[in-house]
Design a protein around this ligand. Structure first.
Ligand code: TRH
Length: 366
């Protein structure tokens, strides 16, 4: 199974985050040979320090990386071509794809909406004889599923059963003894959100709350929130870590604020309470997606309302939310149980790499 995977970075890290994760799993677990085309190597380097910005072709973790620049390097298409997030392929490359020899897959955005099941794996016919197949990640067995590496949940469980490793990890992020103390006598929140999040209101409530909180915020995120000790809240700026290390942070925290697509899915696999800051889209289509996901869960109404408020552009409304009430021990503990149920249920579905592998093998009669 040889594949070209194309990744155009629109913004932030989700486009390359999802694509890189999937490429690695297809290589490691399904034995695919992958050529990954990335247009913005700088974003990729943030996730993998081994990426060399000066090279147009390089090997990283046994995957061939091609800088998708202009003019596009002229290479013969592999039998499988995946356009991640349905990006447009380079015209010259597409012209070399052959109707009977190239399996073209448009890997779509993640959505919990019901229509996804009906569109998953459908071909889109074209006048040039080629056809692209829509491949939808999703939350049910009738979709392509979610990215989940083999052994992920066992690694999570081992980690969560080992408080010493957790303490060692959080310390290694540069958290001071004051910050560690706040966590050990209270709770830990990890924050990865968009700039419009109602973090200021949440910050004020945590400062005044009787329970101490350690809040971890990666460099470059929520820059208006000051670091250090403020009342009962300790804010620690932490480095942007590798993807496997980010999982460790999510597995450790009592509440994760996650965003976009990939960190949200990792937040679900962490089986910890999480607030999803969904990627804002025009005409509020993201709120429809958010509701579609919430409707699939049996989270408490107060939690669902809190997650909706977190995503509200109307700050007057979101600022009235009592964020700390979501962190009350009873609420947090029920939420944690539900988070575990959600992760366990989702793990019953085939994962995205497995689904893609199966789809391609069936198409090629393998
Ligand atoms: O960064 P994101 O907001 O990315 C996006 C893009 O904006 C994209 O255009 C949009 O389509 C998509 O969201 C929905 O959020 P996301 O998806 O969570 O991607 C972040 C990646 O960064 C993810 O792979 C996790 C990773 N990450 C680390 O590896 N280390 C870290 O320390 C952190 C905070 C994140």
């Amino acid at each position: 199974m040889r594949a070209d995977i194309f990744c155009r970075v629109v913004d932030n890290y989700g486009d390359i985050g999802v694509t890189w994760r999937l490429a690695r799993q297809l290589k490691r677990e399904c034995g695919w040979s992958i050529r990954l085309w990335v247009d913005t190597l700088e974003s990729f380097k943030k996730l993998n320090a081994n990426v060399d910005l000066s090279r147009s072709i390089q090997m990283v973790d046994d995957i061939e990386i091609v800088h998708w620049s202009h003019p596009v390097i002229d290479l013969t298409p592999h039998p499988i071509v995946i356009a991640s997030f349905s990006c447009a392929l380079p015209p010259g490359f597409q012209a070399r794809m052959l109707p009977d020899k190239t399996l073209w897959i448009n890997l779509e955005y993640l959505s919990a909406e019901a229509w996804v099941e009906g569109c998953h794996a459908l071909p889109s016919l074209r006048s040039d004889g080629l056809h692209a197949n829509f491949f939808f990640p999703g939350f049910t067995a009738k979709t392509g599923g979610l990215i989940k590496e083999s052994g992920l949940l066992a690694a999570r469980d081992a980690w969560q059963a080992d408080p010493d490793r957790q303490i060692h990890w959080i310390k290694s992020l540069g958290v001071s003894s004051e910050g560690m103390q706040a966590w050990q006598s209270g709770r830990l929140i990890s924050v990865f959100c968009y700039p419009q999040a109602p973090l200021q209101a949440c910050f004020k409530q945590l400062v005044d709350n009787k329970t101490p909180t350690l809040m971890l915020i990666p460099q470059g995120v929520a820059s208006s929130i000051p670091s250090g000790q403020h009342g009962n809240l300790h804010v620690a700026r932490i480095p942007f870590t590798s993807q496997p290390e980010y999982d460790q942070t999510l597995w450790t925290a009592d509440l994760n604020i996650v965003r976009g697509e990939d960190s949200f899915v990792r937040g679900l696999w962490a089986a910890k309470p999480c607030i999803w800051h969904i990627y804002p889209q025009t005409e509020d289509t993201h709120l429809i997606k958010l509701d579609a996901w919430l409707a699939r869960t049996t989270l408490a109404d107060s939690v669902k309302l809190g997650i909706r408020r977190w995503n509200s552009e109307d700050t007057a409304r979101s600022d009235t939310c009592t964020w700390v009430s979501l962190l009350e021990p009873a609420t947090l503990s029920t939420w944690a149980q539900e988070a575990r149920h959600i992760a366990t249920d989702l793990a019953q579905n085939p994962d995205l790499a497995y689904s893609l592998d199966l789809f391609c093998r069936l198409k090629y009669g393998l």
